[in-house]
Write a protein of this length. Sequence first.
Length: 322
Amino acid sequence: MTLSSTPVLPAPRTSGPSATRTVRIGVDIGGTKIEAVAVDQDCNVLHTVRRPTGFGNDALLSSLFGVLEELRDAENLAECALSGLGIGIPGTVNTESGYVANAVNVGVAGLDLGSLVEAEQGLPVAVENDVNAAAIGAHYLLSDGDASGSSAYLNLGTGLAAGYVGNGVVVRGASGAAGEIGHLPLGMQGEKCPCGQKGCLELIASGSGIARQWKGPGQWPAVSLFEAALDGDPLAQAVQQRLFEGAATAIRILGLTYDPASIYIGGGLNALGQPLLNGIQRELARFSAPSPFLSGLALGDRVQLVPPGLPIGSVGAAIAAD
């Protein structure tokens, strides 16, 4: 079940005109929904199923198995041969064993996910951290054909985390903590983070960070924040500015650590669209102005938003299952 040296891009495979079509399944488990896709050898999405995510081990497995049953029963997959199944899930993932720990957003303290799904589905199963899976998917789907190159993925969601793909391989680190840059104490504030440290970057540059600082109307604090900032509310403008600075700091970290060719921004805050990107690029330009070295890196030119609706998490999980 190891993925430590798995290339992001599967090797090209061919089949004769009478051969059964081979597909893989990719699953993206999020805090609110599970998305499962079936993809062909070229990672074209053939079918998609979404359901609400169950909370806790039993409910999560029940909703996951329900999604997989519905997907596998799809009429357009009836003549296809399934070669494997990949799952992206938040938390600490042992990619060798498929064991998941500390997936707090889905109520999982510990779960032998890979073995349980493998036994139930009768398929080889690969389990990956959700941000790493999204990094793989973004790299493949947005690489303009240069899938063997390098890219970084910045996830601005409930928390802040990143993934890096270099030479076609996702980088995890010795304990799987590579990319947890949201817990660098660079947030310019002394508040205590749920991780136990103070002043983490995630406290200002994430959905939960916005919700702690801004109590505006509406269901989505980030949307309310941007609307109020546009209307001139001084508190909203201050919180928004901290978000831009924090996200730009995260991008500088990725740029100076990995020097990726592209940096993709995804996650729930991605829905804020061009105003978010404009603010981040403005801060990158401000950071770079006094530094010829930083200016020469042109990090702002490398940053782009993941297009809305692009299934980078589930497709990335499917690629990891190759």
